[in-house]
Design a protein around this ligand. Structure first.
Ligand code: 13P
Ligand code: SF4
Length: 309
């Protein structure tokens, strides 16, 4: 049954000229049918290069929105319409606009986990993989970093010559992990390396051996000579790493590291979206934005790609 659905998806991809982009928090069966898999930065760069008429995104809403901003002439669909990222919607655009008015010289750096409305008010976009490189490459020193204070703190420590202002915000999944849990995991697995995402709190990052994006964590574990790893990001990464490296052992840093939004998308959602596109019944979740919003929001992504080269 699963194999039937997967081969139907592969057939429909060709017939409908669809490229499937999947974030690496997705399940293994989705990764199997995807054309591109990666972290937010890699997928942004991939979305800008795609030649197909349509993109189907398996991830959360802001990621599909970013793909649409980078490929406005394509139809972009999100496989599950309910998959959002709570962090992306934490900040009211009105509040950001007010803060900008109060400090007009300050540059706004937006984590890619933001809505298009917030991106339209920002100067530069960053992802977890590119943030340090991009902020270091900016000539300006006065920065308002939105919305993730934990990623912001990680970047600020790497760029000590710049001045950072934050607005309280962050990922409810990663921020929930405590330093006590990190110390317990270390005590339980004394030979394991601790690899964490910068969305974790500064106290957890301080204890880690490596801090990086989801792709960064996966590459570190694949390339390392070590054999055991405690993984401080969404739990799906453990499944993918175990699949890639059968001779290594991976442990979750915390049972709390499950993103309910990333878990929403199923292989059936991919199949049903493709069937709706084929039928033209309007049921598929297509990303729609006004031309004006697309133009304004794209500027900070182009700036990220320019500074990230
Ligand atoms: P990456 O930037 O590592 O892809 O992470 C995105 C994300 O949502 C992490 O929670
Ligand atoms: Fe958003 Fe956190 Fe889920 Fe990533 S893990 S999609 S930041 S809620």
């Amino acid at each position: 049954m699963l194999l039937d659905i997967m081969s139907e998806i592969i057939r429909l991809k060709k017939e409908l000229d669809i490229c499937v982009l999947a974030h690496c928090y997705q399940g293994q069966e989705i990764l199997e049918i995807a054309d591109f898999v990666g972290d937010s930065y890699k997928l942004s760069a991939d979305a800008a290069k795609v030649k197909n008429k349509r993109i189907l995104f398996c991830g959360v809403h802001f990621m599909a929105e970013t793909a649409k901003l980078l490929s406005p002439e394509k139809q972009v669909f999100l496989a599950n319409a309910y998959a959002g990222c709570p962090m992306a919607e934490q900040l009211e655009p009105k509040l950001l606009a007010e803060m900008k008015k109060k400090a007009p010289g300050r540059k706004v750096v937006a984590y890619v986990n933001t809505t298009a409305e917030l991106k339209a008010l920002s100067d530069v976009c960053v992802t977890s993989a590119s943030a340090v490189k991009i902020v270091s490459a900016m000539k300006e020193d006065d920065i308002l970093f939105i919305p993730d204070c934990n990623l912001g703190d990680f970047v600020a420590k790497a760029c000590p010559d710049k001045k950072f202002t934050f607005i309280r915000g962050g990922c409810p999944v990663h921020a929930a992990v405590t330093a006590e849990e990190a110390l317990e995991a270390r005590a339980l697995h004394p030979r394991a390396r601790l690899l964490v995402h910068p969305e974790c709190s500064p106290a957890v990052v301080e204890i880690a051996d490596y801090t990086g994006s989801t792709t960064g964590i996966m590459n570190y574990a694949r390339e390392s000579e070590d054999k055991e790893f405690i993984i401080g990001t969404e739990i799906s990464i453990i499944e993918h790493l175990q699949y890639d490296c059968p001779n290594k052992r991976f442990y979750p840093l915390s049972k709390k590291l499950i993103c309910p939004n990333m878990k929403l998308t199923t292989i059936n959602d991919v199949y049903n979206t493709m069937r709706s596109i084929a039928a033209g019944d309007g049921e598929a979740c297509e990303i729609q934005m006004s031309q004006e919003l697309m133009r304004d929001a794209r500027k900070c992504i182009d700036e990220m790609l320019r500074l990230g080269q």
